[in-house]
Design a protein around this ligand. Structure first.
Ligand code: HEC
Length: 131
């Protein structure tokens, strides 16, 4: 069960990791909010975010029909500080801001992983001019 989840997640990461190869066929990779645009120091967070959060919060944090975008004022550091991200991953979230339903706790991530993920999300938010 656990192992199959890990396998699933790593294949998702693999597929995404392969995507930039498309640029060789003359198609420019997307930069704004695109998964491959993060500077090296945010790549670890990007990978963990993509593996554990993007299913609902979208690749590049743009949101899906399962969960909200993080490129929104409501998630900037003064409204949802880094602690809110730790709490969300550790305990889950009861739906309160949106109509997506509850967020389950994400057992696969440790607090260190969430630290990396938050750094990546803050970078995305800065790029998007959220703060
Ligand atoms: C199964 C879908 C799902 C996954 C996977 C998921 N989330 Fe969420 N998340 C949600 C939904 C839905 C909400 C919105 C709840 C609400 O209405 O405020 C949310 C809200 C949040 C919030 C806001 C919490 C608050 O205090 O308002 C944070 C922070 C968050 N998620 C972080 C994460 C992180 C980090 C990950 C990956 C480790 C993650 N989420 C993975 C569905 C998900």
């Amino acid at each position: 069960m656990r192992l199959s989840q890990i396998l699933l997640l790593s294949s998702a990461v693999l597929i995404l990791g392969v995507a930039p190869a498309c640029s060789q066929s003359g198609v420019e990779p997307k930069t704004a909010g695109g998964a491959s645009a993060a500077p090296v120091e945010f790549r670890e967070g990007e990978q963990k975010f993509t593996a554990h959060c993007s299913r609902c919060h979208g690749v590049g944090g743009v949101g899906t029909n399962q969960g909200p975008t993080f490129l929104h004022k409501v998630y900037e550091p003064n409204h949802h500080g880094d602690v809110a991200f730790q709490r969300a991953a550790a305990n889950g979230v009861k739906a309160h801001h949106w109509q997506f339903g509850d967020m389950p706790k994400i057992e696969a991530v440790k607090p260190e992983d969430v630290d990396d993920i938050v750094k990546y999300i803050r970078w995305l938010q800065k790029q998007a001019g959220i703060f």
